[in-house]
Design a protein around this ligand. Structure first.
Ligand code: GTP
Ligand code: SPV
Ligand code: MN
Length: 584
């Protein structure tokens, strides 16, 4: 199918005039096209084909050593008014950003091919769905976008003659760290990304569109674009309830979304709808409905094993692209925490010879797999339902060594918004910065909100007024540690025990203890059947709320709130009420 949309044609012409590629290829999404691109990628040693017996359809890629994570300090929201980007985003005036990055793009595709990738975020034909077009000089990006989005002619069909598509321009240029920019122009629905080849910076449908640009659209159009997993829990009677969860990057969304219930919970199943992004809107029935705009998983590899997340591992058995993991001597892949012995020899993520004795890790801590969602053994039968799934509970959570208990429920929607807005977590390898430092990451959206975060909180409060049958809001923390720094809660599949309590609360089946921070479970109400080495006392320990730590926490929240220019008065009232409950 040839693209006849004149808005697309004109824009592609302009961008080609700027970047000056030798040739332009229009992607149709066909299998022949994939085969051709794979062969090309392999021939230029951008990708390696793995052992096709053991890993059918799988490829390996290594990014540049300086290019392994999102770069938040080089990510900008370019709105006409600085105030609209708000205090938590980097800002540049649109004209300056186009000028600055335009110079870097000028002639940057000489000698290269520009690929035109039409794609849909969301199920085909869904009222939630939106079209994007990405221009890129990277065949690795095309092959990833094929997995992560509904890509090809299907998108031209959905777009028709409309000018309403998100324009993404990506160029590898020289992969120069000093000139790396991820620019967002929400007012123009445009993204410009240059000098990177790493996932979150270059798969423009994902964080750039489906969160930063989409959050801006969502506020204007009355819906929500969130950094959330979506899962369904089926009970032995076959009834399914859906939950979303916002945890910061590398804090457990993929793992929770694919959870396998412990053996004691006979007849229960968990179904994956999405592992990273949720688009949500109120339905006619007054409930909140959610879709997963993506069609694949770009998941963290290290720590993924048959023990921690068998469903993720099984999803990656074929048609998967592995990035920055160990290339084993028998042409397979390996990473730390895979649960199998390391290869005697391999090539590490930097491209150097590696053995288990090497002092450095073989796989980058932010190494990833790109795998089709349809291959997931627990993919929900509803995952492509154009209407989405109705949400009963929203979870917030992060890595907190001490302060947050295993789980608590907010008093109501507005208090839940406060809980989300004041979330904090220890930083991970998913972005380029110091690791293990506690930082506030409201709703896990700090790096992804495309507008003023104070206005974003207000949008959450306003959505609460528009959703008649509101999901209940909870906070979870799988990461409490003991004095030796070891995680106390077993986590992973055992998180099901907490999900059960959450659903029992939604169904009004269990009461709880009212504390200053919210409703906390009675320890006996969390089922510990068959949980070896973990006692009711241990559970009581991680359900405690330490008043001294919360005094500190409240100080931290006060300092944090002081940074905001558009903080809704309601959140300040929530903070005052929290202080009062602690007698401060
Ligand atoms: P992004 O894709 O970066 O947005 O991350 P994510 O939230 O999907 O994170 P993911 O599920 O990939 O988890 C990342 C890390 O958290 C892995 O190293 C996991 O092993 C670890 N993890 C996930 N769930 C748990 C848990 O319940 N307990 C503990 N201790 N670790 C967990
Ligand atoms: C994250 O960092 O939250 C991710 C990976 O999900 S990336 O697509 O690189 O943003
Ligand atoms: Mn993410």
């Amino acid at each position: 199918m040839v693209c006849t949309n004149k808005h697309v044609l004109q824009w592609v012409e302009e961008m080609a005039a700027l970047t000056k590629p030798d040739r332009i290829e229009w992607m149709d999404g066909s299998e022949e096209e994939r085969d051709r691109l794979e062969a090309h990628s392999v021939s230029i040693r951008e990708m390696y084909r793995l052992d096709q017996e053991k890993y059918p359809g799988c490829l390996l890629h290594r990014t540049a050593i300086n290019d392994v994570a999102r770069v938040e300090h080089r990510t900008f929201i370019c709105t006409s008014k600085k105030e609209d980007a708000g205090p938590t985003n980097n800002w540049m005036a649109p004209a300056d950003a186009y000028d600055k990055v335009g110079r870097l793009f000028d002639g940057s595709m000489k000698g290269r091919t520009m690929y035109v990738i039409p794609y849909i975020m969301g199920p085909v034909g869904s009222p939630f769905s939106k079209v994007g077009v990405e221009l890129t000089d990277s065949s690795y990006v095309v092959l990833n976008m094929r997995i992560m989005t509904r890509m090809g002619d299907v998108a031209w069909k959905q777009l028709g003659d409309s000018p309403d598509f998100v324009k993404g321009l990506h160029g590898k240029a020289q992969i120069d760290e000093e000139n790396r920019y991820i620019m967002h122009f929400p007012e123009d629905k445009t993204i410009w990304s240059v000098n990177s080849g790493y996932g979150g910076n270059v798969l423009l449908g994902k964080k750039c569109f489906a969160l930063r640009i989409a959050s801006h659209m969502a506020r204007q159009e009355g819906w929500m674009a969130e950094h959330m997993l979506i899962l369904g829990i089926e009970d032995p009677e076959g009834r399914v309830e859906y939950v979303t969860g916002a945890f910061p990057s590398a804090c457990g969304k993929t793992n929770l979304a694919m959870l396998i219930p412990p053996a004691y919970a006979k007849g229960y199943r968990v179904w994956t709808v999405g592992d990273d992004i949720a688009w949500m809107r109120p339905g006619e029935d007054g409930r909140l409905w959610a879709i997963n705009p993506e069609s694949g998983f770009f998941g963290v590899a290290p720590g993924t094993s048959m023990k921690s997340n068998p469903n993720a591992l099984l999803t990656t058995r074929r048609n998967t692209i592995f990035t920055n993991v160990v290339h084993t001597e028998d042409n397979g892949v390996w990473w730390e925490g895979m649960g199998v012995p390391p290869p005697a020899r391999g090539i590490d993520w930097k491209g150097n010879p590696w053995t288990p004795e090497s002092p450095e890790k073989g796989a980058n801590p932010n190494s990833r797999f790109t795998a089709p969602a349809s291959q997931c053994p627990c993919i929900s039968p509803e995952w492509e339902n154009p209407a989405g799934v109705p949400i009963s509970a929203i979870l917030f959570g992060g890595r907190r060594a001490r302060t947050a208990p295993l789980v608590y429920q907010s008093f109501d929607w507005n208090h839940g918004v406060f809980v989300g807005a004041t979330m904090a977590s220890e930083t991970t390898a998913a972005a380029a910065h110091a690791i293990g430092v506690v930082r506030r990451d409201p709703m896990a959206m700090l790096p992804f909100c495309g507008y003023n975060m104070g206005d974003y909180f207000r949008h959450w409060l306003e959505m609460g007024e528009r959703i008649r049958r509101k999901p209940l809001i909870f906070n979870v923390n799988w990461f409490r540690t003991d004095d030796g720094g070891k995680f106390i809660w077993p986590g992973f599949g055992d998180n099901f025990r907490v999900l059960r309590w959450i659903l029992d609360r939604c169904d009004g089946k269990v009461d709880a203890v009212e504390t200053p921070i919210g409703y906390v479970p009675k320890a006996e109400d969390i089922d510990l059947t068959d949980l070896e080495g973990f006692t009711l006392e241990d559970l009581r320990g991680i359900l405690t709320i330490d008043a001294d730590l919360w005094q500190e926490e409240i100080k931290g929240i006060e300092e944090y709130f002081a940074k905001f220019d558009h903080l809704p008065g309601e959140l300040r009232s929530q903070l005052d009420a929290l202080k009062k409950r602690f007698g401060i």
